[in-house]
Ligand binder design. Structure first.
Ligand code: 4AD
Ligand code: MG
Length: 435
């Protein structure tokens, strides 16, 4: 383990330990003929190493290259204040081994790309880009965030399930399905695991999953991916207000957990120093009110359609999280429950965040068998492949609801990233399916 002071424990007592450490050369600086500084990286942190005298000449240390792998042995010293070293430590190396030398010259890591490279170059070299400070910090942060989602659900006794990703039903409309042949049959990559989560309610109770979802979105935007990590949860015997409460609890709980995590809080400070946790309760805005808001400012006329191409403008102006509620039936998915006081509307919600827009979509679900059959019909959906979903309405129905949150959009919001292409590991979008 490298810089982490706690993980080094003993090492904070200078000169008391002799530790072998393996890692990648993150940075190197040669001073004269027999002195060099290496910064090693092993994923737990960074460690500055000092090579002096004869040590510099073993395996031609002076010709070492960035991203080579080495194993070093030596004494750990505290670095005097004023002299900078990651973690305040420096390893004075008295023996080292070369594990793998990275190329020099034109093939040198540093010659492959830089901050100004064309995005296409950066996407092609994503496997090397993720070794950099910013990309690796974002990936670390993603891991801390996902862990926080899991802990949140665990604390609420919501059971994790692992859904099938190859399916024969759509959830969010036929237009964005990726189809493929499954042993000769038509199948799709799942758009959402929601319908499956609904089937675990009578089995294990409230449930959640963090799984990949796929959308053949032909949109080149900074918040759409063809594959994204989807955190979805489903709750039985709740009402619409409980659903909103659950979503708010989750978002605020995860933010708090990240800020209480020693590495999470450090990374958050580095990546988004201006971040302020959202205040509660979140603003609630019915869809009709949002249309009025936009109309008053002449941003959109409802009749010209597509009002929520403008949702980001509204959210950025209001500059706080918004529960946008009760969308009209015709612009929402087939499974959504209608409002008792206005059958033209649904008990639905999107969470809008400044800078990103929608990060959560959720709703109460139809609980009545006949209403569900009518909804299939209205949407022109063949009910046959949904028999297992329909059965939920036959064998002991219940009021229930849930939501899906896009992890990449959540991370983009928390870290103030320009695009969700930066907040996933290997982004998938039209025209990009490698590395
Ligand atoms: O609003 P969506 O389409 O809702 C559903 O899929 C529901 N079935 C979820 C549920 O109720 N269980 O997607 C939910 C969230 C969005 O708010 C967004 O954060 C993310 O998933 N998302 C995407 N993220 C990146 N790229 C895309 N193409 C996305 N599509 C949806
Ligand atoms: Mg949505």
């Amino acid at each position: 383990k490298l810089v982490n002071d706690e993980s080094l424990g003993v090492a904070t007592k200078p000169n008391l330990i002799y530790i072998p450490i393996s890692g990648w050369v993150h940075n190197l600086r040669v001073q004269g003929k027999d002195m060099m500084f290496l910064v090693l990286r092993d994923g737990t942190g960074h460690l500055q190493c000092l090579l002096k005298g004869r040590v510099c000449h073993t395996y031609d240390a002076l010709t070492l290259t960035r991203e080579s792998t080495v194993k070093v042995y030596g004494m750990l010293n505290e670095v005097p204040e004023g002299k900078k070293a990651p973690g305040g430590h420096e390893l004075v190396v008295d023996y080292w081994e070369l594990i793998g030398r990275a190329p020099s010259g034109e093939e040198n890591y540093e010659n492959q790309f830089n901050e100004e490279s064309n995005p296409e170059v950066l996407y092609n070299l994503r496997h090397l880009v993720i070794r950099g400070d910013r990309a690796s910090s974002i990936l670390k942060m993603r891991s801390i965030i996902i862990k926080a989602f899991r802990s949140h659900f665990e604390s609420k006794q919501v059971t994790e399930i692992t859904p099938p990703l190859m399916v024969q039903t759509q959830v969010e409309g036929g237009a964005t399905l990726f189809g493929f042949k499954y042993y000769g049959e038509e199948a799709y990559l799942t758009q959402s695991s929601q319908l499956y989560l609904e089937t675990t309610l009578p089995s294990v109770g409230d449930s959640f999953c963090i799984a990949e979802s796929f959308r053949a979105e032909n949109s080149h935007t900074r918040r759409h991916l063809s594959q994204f990590s989807h955190c979805e949860a489903e709750y039985a015997f709740i009402e619409f207000d409980d659903l909103l409460q659950n979503i708010e609890d989750m978002i605020c709980g995860v933010v708090e957990a990240v800020m209480n995590d020693p590495i999470g809080s450090q990374l958050l400070k580095e990546l988004n120093p201006d971040f302020k946790p959202p205040s509660r309760p979140f603003k609630r805005m019915p869809y009709t009110e949002a249309i009025a808001w936009l109309n008053e400012r002449n941003i959109i006329n409802e009749k010209t359609g597509q009002p929520f191409a403008f949702e980001r403008r509204m959210t950025d102006t209001i500059n706080e999280p918004i529960f946008l509620c009760k969308f009209p039936v015709e612009i929402k998915s087939f499974y959504m429950k209608r409002c008792a006081d206005d059958r033209r509307l649904t008990e639905s919600v999107d969470v809008l965040m400044p800078g990103v827009g929608e990060i959560v979509g959720g709703s109460m679900r139809i609980s009545d068998y006949q209403e569900l059959m009518d909804a299939y019909k209205r949407e022109g959906i063949d009910a046959a492949p949904y028999y297992w979903f329909t059965d939920q309405r036959k064998y002991g129905t219940c009021e229930h609801g849930g939501f899906g949150l896009g992890i990449e959009r959540f991370v983009a919001w928390l870290l103030n990233c320009y695009t969700v292409r930066e907040t996933c590991w290997y982004p998938r979008f039209p025209g990009r399916c490698q590395p």
